[in-house]
Design a protein around this ligand. Structure first.
Ligand SMILES: *[C@@H]1O[C@H](CO)[C@@H](O)[C@H](O)[C@H]1NC(C)=O
Ligand SMILES: *[C@@H]1O[C@H](CO)[C@@H](O)[C@H](O)[C@H]1NC(C)=O
Ligand SMILES: *[C@@H]1O[C@H](CO)[C@@H](O)[C@H](O)[C@H]1NC(C)=O
Ligand SMILES: *[C@@H]1O[C@H](CO)[C@@H](O)[C@H](O)[C@H]1NC(C)=O
Ligand SMILES: *[C@@H]1O[C@H](CO)[C@@H](O)[C@H](O)[C@H]1NC(C)=O
Ligand SMILES: *[C@@H]1O[C@H](CO)[C@@H](O)[C@H](O)[C@H]1NC(C)=O
Ligand SMILES: *[C@@H]1O[C@H](CO)[C@@H](O)[C@H](O)[C@H]1NC(C)=O
Length: 806
C-alpha cells in the first residue's frame, strides 16, 4: 500500500517536472487531447494572464484559477472550484465533448464543471485564455471571439476586471455579480455581493444576503449617481447599457499598460485598486463604504446625509425630524416628516434639491424619452408621486424618473450630484415669502437679544474680571460662564466635589442653579495645558457632536483661571471600572464600550468636518454615562486638520506614555494611525483589566502589548483575559477583540488598520489578517522616558510633553 502510494506520488512529481519544463512555448488554448494537470498553465497571448492550479494565502487547498502573470503578488482574478477545493496536486482540468470544462480530482471525481449556457453543440471544443483575463470555450475553427459557448466573465469571483459586464443578459438569462471570498485564504463565496439590482430603475448595490449595505444609485448618463469619483476620472471609463437585451455595467482602463480592477474584500468593502510597480503592492484608488454617509439609509426617510456637516444627517427642505429626541442623540433611523402635509386636490408644487445622490429607485417608474416638464406634469397627476428628476444629466438633461412614497438614502455632495424635485404642499411654496418674513423677524429678534446678552455679560465680566477668549469667532458661539456661578455650583471647588486630578489640574462636580449637573475642569496654573491648548480644546470641540464624545457646555477665563464646563458623567472614567477590581464589568459591557470608543474615534478621524487627531486617548479620558456609554473627553492635545492632511510632524511630543505609538515618541510623527495605536492599547487593557505600563509578569520584562503578543503567538490569547470575565459564550468575540487590538498596535503605522476598518472588523465576523509584532515590543527599561517620568508623582497617568530628539 505504502509503496504504491509512493510510486504514484513519484510518478506525479515526475510528471510535474516534465510538465513544468516547456514554459518557453507557452500556449493560451487547450483542447480535448490536452488536459491541464496541476503544475501546467495556460498563458494568454500577450502574457498578461495565466491559468492554472494555485494555493491561496496560507491555505493548503488547491484551486483552478486565473491570475496576473506580470505581478509579484499572486492575485487570482477568477476561481473555478470556489466551493470544493482540491486537497492535493492530482487535479486535472479537461474540456469534453459538447463544450464543457470539468475538473477531476485524483480519484476521478468531478469536483467542478461548467454548465454550457448556450445550447449550441460544439464538436471540437477548445478553451482559450484571452488577454482580458476571460476564459472562453468555443469551436476550434471558429475564431470569432463572440461565438463562444461559455465564458468565465459570466461567473465572476470577487474581482471586476476591465471589459467584464456585471448585470443581466436577457438573451442568455445570465445574471452576473461579484461575490466576496470567505477570507483571504478561502475563495468560497463569502457574505457580500456587488452588482446591478433590476427592481424599478436599475442601480448598483453592495449587499449581504437581502440587506443593502451600500447603494451607489442609478446610472445618470455619465456615472452612478452615488459615485462622484467615477466621472471624468483618470483611471477608467465606465459604461452602462440598459435596453431590452441587457442591463449591464462595465468599464475600460484609460491606459492599457496600467493594471487595475475592482475587488470586493471579505469584510465587505469594494475597492478600486491599481498595481504599484514601485512598492509591489495594490494601491487603493476608490473604496466604499468609506464613511458613515455610505451606510444605506442612515438618515431614514426624507433625510439626507452630508459628510461635511456634523452631525452628517439632516432633513430635506420642508421636513423635520420625526423623533427629535432620538435624532439629537444620533439615532436618525426614524427619518424626517413633512412640516406641512400634502394636499393633492388644492395643487402641490416642487422644491429643487441640488447636488444629491438620487434616492433609492427600486420602486420608481421611468420613461427615457420624456422631458423634465412632462415629467413634472406626470408626477403632479398622481397623488402618491413624491419626487421626480431627469434620468440622464448629459446636455440639457433628458428622461423622467418618478418616486412614490418615502425618499430613502439621499446623500448631498459638495459640488457633484444632480437635481431632485421634491413634492411640497402648495402652502409651503406660496408661504415661502411669508415664512421668509417670519424668519427674518425672528432673526432680528435673536440678534437684538444676543446683543443685549453680550452687553449684559460684558458688564458682568468687567465686574467679575472674567475674560473672553479672543481667537476668531469659532468658540464665541459657546456660552462663557460666570466664575462665581461656577464656584457656587462646585461648593467653592470643595474637595468633596472633586472627581479627579491629573497633570492638567482638577475636575469637580457641580450643580447649576437650574439643577443641571456639570463637570468643571479647572486647569492648574502650572498645568501642561497652557493657553494654547486651552483655546485649542475650545475651538476643536466646539463643532463636534457625536454620542461617543463628551459635550462641552461652556468655558470660563478669569485672570490666571481657566475652566472648561462639560456635561456630567455619573460613572466617572473607564479606568475606575477596568483597573479597580471592585466593580468588574462583564464582557458584553466591555465590548459595548470598546465599540463606542471606536465609533467616537472614527467620527473624529473622518466623519466630522475637520480631521481630528486626539493624541491623548487613554482610559482616564474615556468617561461613562448612566448606561455605561463611553464618551471620549479631553481634547487639549487634539490637532485639527484640513480634510487632505494625513500626517504631521512636531518637535513637541505630547501624550501619555504607554499609549503613544513608536513613530510618535521617536520621530514626533503623528497621524490618525497614532490614535489607532492608542485604541489598540485601550482594547488590550479593557480585555485584560491591566494597565499597559504597570504591567508585571514573572516570566519576562515585556509590557502588556508584548505579553499579549507572546500569548497570541502561542495560541493562548485567552490567558490574557481579566479573570473576572465570564468566558462562556464570549470566547470568539474576546479572541477577535484581542486580535483587533494587536492589529492596532503593530509597530509600523502603515500596517495598522484605519478606524473605519476597525469598526467594520468589530461589527462583522470577516477574516482578520495576522498581526505583526507590536511597537514597543522591547524591555521597557531601555526607554529613557521611564527616567524622565519617574520624577513625576503619577508615573503612568500623566500626560507628558517631550521634545523629540531629532
Ligand atoms: C475526490 O473527491 C471525492 C468526492 O469529493 C473524495 O471522496 C475523494 O477523496 C477525492 N479524492 C482525492 C484524491 O482527493
Ligand atoms: C446547469 O443548469 C441547469 C439549468 O439551469 C441546472 O438545473 C443544473 O443544476 C446546472 N448544472 C450545474 C452543474 O451547474
Ligand atoms: C437586441 O437583440 C436583438 C437580437 O439579437 C437585436 O436585433 C436588437 O438590435 C438588440 N437590441 C438592442 C437595443 O441592442
Ligand atoms: C500609461 O501607464 C504607464 C505605466 O503605468 C506609463 O508609463 C505611461 O506614461 C502611461 N501612458 C499614458 C498615456 O498616460
Ligand atoms: C516594474 O519595474 C521594473 C524595475 O523597477 C521594470 O523592469 C518593469 O518593467 C516595471 N514593470 C512595469 C509593468 O512597469
Ligand atoms: C414615454 O414618453 C414618450 C414621450 O412623452 C411617450 O411617447 C411614450 O409613450 C412614453 N412611454 C411610456 C412607456 O410611457
Ligand atoms: C400612481 O402611481 C402608482 C405607482 O406607479 C400607481 O400604482 C397608481 O395606480 C397611480 N395612480 C394614478 C391615479 O395614476
Amino acid at each position: 500500500m505504502g509503496s504504491r502510494r509512493a510510486s504514484i506520488s513519484f510518478s506525479i512529481s515526475l510528471m510535474l517536472i516534465i510538465l513544468t519544463i516547456p514554459d518557453g512555448n507557452a500556449i493560451d488554448t487547450m483542447d480535448m487531447a490536452m488536459p491541464i494537470r496541476d503544475g501546467k498553465t495556460l498563458l494568454s497571448s500577450r502574457g498578461k494572464f495565466e491559468l492554472g492550479f494555485f494555493r491561496p494565502g496560507s491555505s493548503n487547498n488547491r484551486y483552478v484559477g486565473i491570475w496576473y502573470k506580470k505581478i509579484s503578488l499572486l492575485t487570482a482574478v477568477w476561481v473555478a472550484n470556489r466551493e470544493i477545493p482540491l486537497v492535493d496536486s492530482s487535479g486535472v482540468l479537461k474540456i469534453t465533448d459538447p463544450g464543457i470544462l470539468v475538473l477531476i480530482n485524483g480519484s476521478g471525481h468531478v469536483i467542478w464543471s461548467t454548465n454550457s449556457s448556450r445550447s449550441t453543440w460544439v464538436k471540437n471544443p477548445v478553451a482559450q485564455l484571452l488577454d482580458s483575463g476571460n476564459l472562453v470555450v468555443r469551436e476550434k475553427n471558429d475564431e470569432n471571439p463572440d461565438n463562444f459557448v461559455w465564458q468565465s466573465f459570466d461567473y465572476p469571483s470577487d474581482i471586476h476586471l476591465p471589459g467584464m459586464k456585471l448585470g443581466w443578459d436577457l438573451v442568455t438569462g445570465i445574471d452576473s455579480h461579484i461575490t466576496s471570498w470567505e477570507s483571504s485564504d478561502d475563495p468560497s463565496p463569502g457574505r457580500y455581493n456587488y452588482g446591478i439590482d433590476h427592481h424599478g430603475y436599475p442601480q448598483l448595490f453592495l449587499t449581504t444576503g437581502s440587506v443593502v449595505q451600500c447603494r451607489f444609485g442609478p446610472w445618470n448618463g455619465v456615472r452612478f449617481s452615488g459615485i462622484p469619483g467615477m466621472n471624468a476620472n483618470p483611471i477608467f471609463t465606465p459604461w452602462f447599457v440598459f435596453n431590452q437585451n441587457q442591463t449591464s455595467y462595465a468599464y475600460e482602463l484609460r491606459n492599457s499598460s496600467m493594471i487595475s480592477h475592482a475587488v470586493l474584500k471579505p469584510y465587505g468593502q469594494i475597492q478600486r485598486v491599481i498595481w504599484n510597480n514601485l512598492t509591489q503592492e495594490w494601491d487603493i484608488y476608490l473604496a466604499a463604504p468609506a464613511d458613515s454617509c455610505d451606510t444605506y439609509a442612515i438618515c431614514g426617510a426624507f433625510g439626507s446625509c452630508n459628510i461635511a456637516n456634523s452631525p452628517g444627517c439632516g432633513c430635506l427642505k420642508g421636513f423635520t425630524p420625526k423623533s427629535p429626541k432620538d435624532w439629537d442623540s444620533g439615532d436618525w433611523s426614524d427619518g424626517c416628516v413633512r412640516l406641512t402635509q400634502l394636499d393633492c386636490k388644492s395643487g402641490d408644487g416642487f422644491i429643487k434639491n441640488s447636488n444629491v445622490k438620487l434616492p433609492d429607485t427600486r420602486h420608481s417608474w421611468y420613461n427615457k424619452s420624456m422631458t423634465l416638464n412632462e415629467c413634472q406634469r406626470l408626477c403632479l397627476q398622481n397623488c402618491s408621486c413624491t419626487a421626480y428628476s431627469n434620468l440622464d444629466v448629459r446636455g440639457e438633461g433628458s428622461g423622467c424618473l418618478l418616486w412614490f412614497n418615502d425618499l430613502i438614502d439621499i446623500r448631498i455632495f459638495d459640488d457633484f450630484g444632480q437635481d431632485l424635485y421634491v413634492r411640497m404642499a402648495s402652502s409651503e411654496l406660496a408661504g415661502k415669502k411669508q415664512s421668509r418674513i417670519i424668519v427674518s423677524t425672528v432673526l432680528t429678534a435673536v440678534v437684538l437679544l444676543s446683543i443685549a446678552i453680550t452687553l449684559y455679560f460684558k458688564k458682568r465680566r468687567k465686574k467679575k474680571g472674567c475674560d473672553m477668549v479672543d481667537n476668531g469667532n469659532e468658540e464665541s458661539e459657546f456660552p462663557l460662564l460666570d466664575f462665581t456661578e461656577i464656584a457656587q455650583a462646585t461648593g467653592n471647588f470643595s474637595d468633596g466635589n472633586m472627581l479627579g486630578k491629573g497633570g492638567f489640574g482638577r475636575v469637580y462636580k457641580g450643580i447649576l442653579k437650574g439643577g443641571q449637573e456639570i463637570a468643571v475642569k479647572r486647569l492648574s496654573k502650572e498645568s501642561a495645558q497652557g493657553l494654547d491648548e486651552f483655546k485649542n480644546e475650545v475651538i476643536c470641540i466646539a463643532k463636534l457632536q457625536h454620542r461617543n464624545l463628551v459635550k462641552l457646555l461652556g468655558y470660563c477665563i478669569q485672570a490666571e483661571e481657566r475652566m472648561l464646563i462639560y456635561e456630567y458623567m455619573p460613572n466617572k472614567s473607564l479606568d475606575h471600572f477596568i483597573f479597580d477590581q471592585t466593580m468588574p464589568l462583564d464582557w458584553p459591557k466591555r465590548f459595548h464600550i470598546l465599540n463606542g470608543i471606536a465609533r467616537g474615534i472614527l467620527y473624529l478621524h473622518q466623519d466630522s468636518r475637520l480631521r481630528i487627531i486626539h493624541r491623548d486617548l487613554k482610559a482616564s479620558n474615556i468617561l461613562l454615562d448612566h448606561d455605561l456609554n463611553p464618551k471620549i473627553s479631553d481634547f487639549g492635545m487634539a490637532r485639527c486638520f484640513d480634510g487632505n492632511e494625513f500626517e504631521a510632524n512636531t518637535r513637541r511630543v505630547v501624550g501619555t506614555y504607554g499609549y503613544m505609538s513608536p513613530e510618535y515618541v521617536i520621530d514626533g510623527i503623528f497621524s490618525t494611525k497614532s490614535d489607532v495605536f492608542s485604541f489598540g492599547v485601550l482594547v488590550l487593557e479593557i480585555v485584560s483589566g491591566k494597565r499597559n505600563t504597570r504591567f508585571q509578569h514573572p516570566d519576562h520584562h515585556h509590557n502588556l502589548l508584548g505579553h499579549a503578543w507572546r500569548l497570541y503567538k502561542k495560541g493562548e490569547s485567552l490567558k490574557l483575559v481579566d479573570p473576572s470575565v465570564n468566558l462562556l459564550n464570549n470566547t470568539s468575540q474576546i479572541l477577535r477583540s484581542i486580535h483587533i487590538g494587536l492589529l492596532c498596535v503593530q509597530q509600523f503605522p502603515e500596517d495598522r488598520p484605519s478606524m473605519s476598518v476597525v469598526v467594520v472588523m468589530l461589527s462583522s465576523d470577516c477574516e482578520l489578517p495576522h498581526p505583526k509584532q507590536p511597537g514597543f515590543f522591547i524591555p521597557r527599561n531601555l526607554w529613557q522616558i521611564d527616567s524622565i517620568l519617574s520624577k513625576t508623582e503619577s508615573v503612568n497617568e500623566i500626560t507628558i510633553t517631550l521634545v523629540a530628539s531629532r
